[in-house]
Design a binder for this molecule. Structure first.
Ligand SMILES: [Zn+2]
Length: 515
């Protein structure tokens, strides 16, 4: 099963050249349940559980089989070997934990003391066994990717990605809907899945570095001397060759949010001009001066003075005088800065007038600049939880890289936000809410992103309730559940497709020439 999946990820037969440890981790992750892994369960696990459950059940009902049970010993031994291995039962103490629903040896199954005609039997044996198998695989993967495993074959970057609290693995358990704004193409699927599993990227440019410290034949970037295309996509996230792919990834994420917002009955405007956002209080020229794309110390000083003054005086004439004085005081805007600073998306609720300004950002949490703090954070907050529960670690505590990006976004747009807040009550009833939408390359969604998804989903629920009864019988609650699930799926597909595209173009000289 795992080999068949790995063949799909190696479409031109390059071979999976890497250390044994890296390959075994990938194989384990393939069979680990989603969203930690790809959720591909070997049929041998299911077959052993189903056979064992069937015999347990039949011995309690079928007198003929009960009489012939001695002939099943050989098969029962083989089935128990599979089943105990899948359940990670290493001894009698482990086996006793499942004895409430499962015979814990072929002897117990067939000696007629527990499973005999007329005996009570557990109905949900297969379901319980498969649940335990899933949990045991998740725990095995969590243990195989602990801090103590960090080595040249399992780098700190691999560790950070393997422990990320992401649910992007759900794309392997959900049909890839053509309705997604950014569906995964086969090529992007392969590139992303290799990254997700920690496998080295496909050879796209050759140029193998024989002296690479990596445990796989790593390609050298054709643009940046000394850089290699690593399994954690650290260079791909920074390489100029993949700059257009990074922009696409970002734009697709914004597109997903805009489309879902429209579906929920909101007005969505991507990259609205700042003068429109500020209800025409300032001209486009003033906005270019007030909100340049790049700011310097002089600008910050002048704007700080303006904000202080506006805080003291609400008189419109006084206000306008300050704007003009400040515009004259800031350095001239470069000719290339034609648009000035713009947020990614403006969402407006036509019903209650709620307004949200959204700016998206995607960050590779395994990148060298974040690695030290992410390593400490992951080890302190996420690892113990994952090993103990065999479930994906929760993202209740935000990754420092994501939190840092959110903070940077808030700072970047602080001038625009402050001015919009000062327009209350002159030009608006309530200030717009600015929310940075940060996500990691492997699908960890920051608090702001979750907040936006919840907010849009709540608007969708209101829309469904307004529309009332449907002929297909779906209730607003059911529709909202489907909407939210599809929202997450679309966000994850956009990130996965963007990452796949980015990895495909990293290191190539042709793409570099375009930028
Ligand atoms: Zn490069």
């Amino acid at each position: 099963m795992a080999n068949a999946f790995l063949d799909i990820l190696d479409p031109v037969g390059q071979g999976l050249q890497m250390s044994e440890g890296r390959l075994q981790r990938a194989i384990l992750k393939i069979s680990t349940p989603t969203p930690i892994g790809c959720g591909l369960t070997p049929s041998s696990d299911h077959a052993a559980a189903a056979w064992w459950a069937s015999v347990q059940s039949s011995l309690c009902e079928d007198r003929d089989l009960f009489g012939l049970r001695a002939s099943l010993t050989r098969h029962a031994d083989a089935a128990w070997t599979f089943l105990s291995s899948a359940l990670s039962l290493k001894g009698a103490a482990d086996a006793s934990k499942v004895s409430h629903f499962l015979a814990t040896s072929s002897r117990e199954l067939l000696d007629g003391t527990v499973y005999h005609p007329g005996a009570d039997r557990e109905q949900r044996v297969v379901r319980l066994a498969m649940r335990l198998i899933s949990r045991s695989r998740a725990q095995a993967f969590a243990a195989a990717t602990s801090t103590t495993s960090i080595s040249p074959h399992f780098t700190a970057a691999d560790y950070i990605l393997s422990k990320s609290p992401t649910s992007i693995g759900n794309i392997y358990a959900t049909p890839l809907s053509p309705r997604c704004p950014e569906p995964l193409t086969p090529v992007n699927y392969i590139h992303f899945t290799r990254y997700f599993l920690g496998l080295p990227p496909l050879h796209t440019i050759g140029n193998i570095n024989p002296d690479s410290p990596a445990d796989y034949p790593a390609q050298r970037c054709l643009v940046h001397r000394g850089a290699i295309l690593d399994a954690a996509a650290c260079h791909a996230s920074a390489c100029t060759s993949s700059a257009s792919s990074r922009t696409k990834k970002h734009n697709h994420l914004v597109r997903v949010v805009a489309e879902k917002a429209r579906e929920a009955g909101l007005l969505a405007e991507p990259e609205p001009p700042s003068h429109t956002l500020l209800r025409g209080e300032f001209t486009p020229e003033q906005c270019r001066t007030l909100f340049p794309t790049k700011t310097g110390a002089l600008y910050k000083e002048a704007f700080h003075k303006l904000m202080t003054a506006l805080g003291d005086h609400h008189d419109p004439q006084h206000h306008e005088g300050h704007i003009k004085r400040m515009a004259a005081a800031v350095p001239p805007v470069p000719c290339a800065d034609l648009k000035g600073l713009r947020i990614d998306l403006s969402l407006q609720d036509p019903v209650d007038g709620d307004e949200r300004w959204i700016d998206a950002t995607v960050v590779n949490t395994a990148a060298p600049s974040y690695r030290t703090m992410e390593l400490a954070f992951t080890a302190a907050h996420l690892e113990a939880e994952a090993i103990a529960n065999g479930t994906p670690p929760s993202s209740r505590v935000e990754s420092p890289a994501l939190a840092g990006r959110e903070k940077a976004k808030r700072f970047k747009y602080s001038c625009l936000i402050t001015l919009s807040q000062r327009q209350v009550p002159r030009l608006r009833h309530r200030p717009p809410i600015f929310t940075p939408m940060a996500a990691s390359c492997i699908g960890d969604l920051a608090t702001g992103t979750m907040e936006v998804i919840e907010w849009i989903t709540s608007k969708y629920l209101r829309l469904c309730q307004t529309l009332g009864h449907r002929d297909d019988g779906f209730t607003p609650k059911q529709l909202t559940h489907i909407f939210k699930r599809h929202f997450f799926h679309s966000v994850h597909c956009a990130l996965a497709a963007g990452m796949g595209n980015m990895i495909a173009y990293a290191g190539t000289p042709a793409a570099a020439r375009l930028f």
